[in-house]
Write a protein that binds this ligand. Structure first.
Ligand code: NI
Length: 135
C-alpha cells in the first residue's frame, strides 16, 4: 500500500508575462495586464505531495525535515522575494505559473528518491491554481 504526505510552502515573487519573440501587441493580447512593463507580485502557495511505502521503523513515508531541506533550500530560498524574470530558469521561457509549477516539480523530483514526488500544486491567487503530476 502506498501512503501520501503533503506539505505547503509559501513564497512571494514578482513576474511579468512577456515573450521577446512576440510583438508588443501580441504580448498584450496574450497576457493582458500581466504584460504590464512594471510587473506585479503574487503570494504563491506551493504544495508538494510525496508518496511511497510507510517505513516500518520510522512509521513515515518521508521525514518532513528531509522534504523541508529540499523545498526550502532549492525552491523557497531561490524564488522568495525575487523577480522570476531574472532567474536563469526564466531567461528563455515566460514565467507563467504553469512554467513555475513545472520547474518546481523538476527541481524537487531531482532531489528526492526516484518516483517519490507525486505532484506539485502552485496556487497563484485565491482563484488560480496549477498542478504538475509525475505522469
Ligand atoms: Ni501574475
Amino acid at each position: 500500500m502506498k501512503a501520501y504526505f503533503g506539505r505547503r510552502y509559501m513564497l512571494s515573487a514578482s513576474h511579468r508575462l512577456h515573450v521577446d519573440a512576440m510583438s508588443d501587441e501580441e504580448n498584450r493580447a496574450a497576457y493582458g495586464k500581466c504584460n504590464n512593463p512594471h510587473g506585479h507580485g503574487h503570494n504563491y502557495t506551493i504544495e508538494v505531495l510525496v508518496g511511497g511505502a510507510v517505513d516500518p521503523e520510522t512509521g513515515m513515508v518521508m521525514n518532513l525535515t528531509d522534504l523541508d531541506a529540499v523545498v526550502q533550500t532549492k525552491v523557497v530560498e531561490r524564488f522568495d522575494h525575487m523577480n522570476l524574470n531574472h532567474d536563469p530558469m526564466f531567461l528563455n521561457q515566460v514565467p507563467t505559473t504553469e512554467n513555475l509549477c513545472k520547474e518546481v516539480f523538476r527541481i524537487v523530483s531531482g532531489e528526492l528518491p526516484a518516483g517519490m514526488l507525486e505532484y506539485v500544486r502552485v496556487e497563484e491567487t485565491e482563484n488560480n491554481f496549477f498542478e504538475c503530476y509525475a505522469a
